[in-house]
Design a protein around this ligand. Structure first.
Ligand SMILES: C[S@@+](CC[C@H](N)C(=O)[O-])C[C@H]1O[C@@H](n2cnc3c(N)ncnc32)[C@H](O)[C@@H]1O
Length: 272
């Protein structure tokens, strides 16, 4: 293999995040976390008529959600390298608990990103939820990976290389997303994962997705030549993850060249 080509090494761990993260210390360059919402999501899924999903436990009592958040965020701090970064994707309902938990750790909160999207559950007597909160955290105030992408990919003009804290993909359509897969109820788009990965890591870096769900971050890592540890508690999602991340295909990343998908059969675990 050409030295400029990167085959992503990866590992899917089926375990509770609080146990799985204990294996890692100063290891990750970037962690992405899309935690359970803590809103008894199973119940709302049924209320909204969303059938055909494998659901997961999402119920927390009292201040248990904040205590749980503090535990996994602290473990992430230890698992990250000194110049590592973390993004936490959260709905609005429990963002207060997450921010409180962050404040009790040593993380530096660099930005509070809003991702605006145009789908949601129609509601007559309140506003339709059309955004996620994404706190961006670093371990060291000044030393971390941050590589703005071109705001205008067509012109790539100098001076237009800034990133804003409101994200929006007007052309993204969840209904036509080829990577959206049947079976997991709350999948994030690969385009979102790729933005975080491109800005806050380099090819060959280690990325952790600590609430893997359908495995979108792992797919994005494979396509961008990053290595990835994907942690998910529910074993029922393993089949979905394997399918979504195209475990039966080699995906070779060539920096500055178009992605090439090879047809040879090999699992990423072999390369680990
Ligand atoms: C909001 S979903 C993540 C969805 C994912 N971003 C995607 O695009 O498919 C949260 C996931 O975390 C998992 N989970 C919940 N509690 C966990 C825990 N303690 N340890 C590991 N995974 C957990 C759930 O089973 C669920 O798949």
């Amino acid at each position: 293999m050409n030295t400029k080509e990167i085959a992503s090494k990866y590992k899917i761990i089926i375990n509770d995040v609080l146990k799985a993260l204990d294996e890692y210390s100063s290891f990750f360059d970037l962690i992405i976390a899309d935690p359970p919402f803590g809103i008894d999501f199973n119940k709302s899924c049924h209320e909204y008529g969303a059938d055909g999903f494998i659901l997961y436990e999402d119920k927390f009592e009292g201040d248990d959600y904040e205590k749980f958040s503090y535990k996994w965020i602290s473990k992430c701090y230890k698992a990250l390298k000194p110049n590592g970064c973390m993004y936490i994707v959260s709905g609005w309902t429990n963002i207060g608990a997450i921010i409180n938990a962050i404040k009790n750790t040593k993380f530096v909160l660099k930005n509070h990103i809003i991702w605006f999207f145009e789908w949601g559950v129609f509601t007559n007597k309140k506003y339709i939820t059309s955004h996620y909160h994404i706190p961006f955290l670093v371990k060291e105030e000044k030393s971390y990976t941050f590589k703005p992408q071109y705001s205008n990919p067509k012109t790539k003009r100098k001076g237009f290389k800034y990133e804003k804290d409101v994200w929006y993909w007007p052309k993204y359509n969840r209904g036509n997303d080829p990577d959206h897969i049947k079976g997991h109820p709350c999948q994030l788009p690969i385009i979102l994962m790729k933005k975080m990965i491109n800005i806050s890591s380099n090819p060959g870096d280690w990325v952790g997705d600590i609430f893997s769900g359908s495995g979108g971050t792992l797919l994005a890592c494979r396509e961008l030549g990053r290595h990835c540890i994907s942690i998910e508690r529910n074993p029922d999602y393993l089949e979905i993850i394997n399918k979504k991340v195209r475990i039966d295909q080699d995906i070779i990343f060539k920096p500055d060249e178009k992605l090439e998908v090879e047809k040879k059969v090999q699992t990423g675990l072999d390369a680990f």
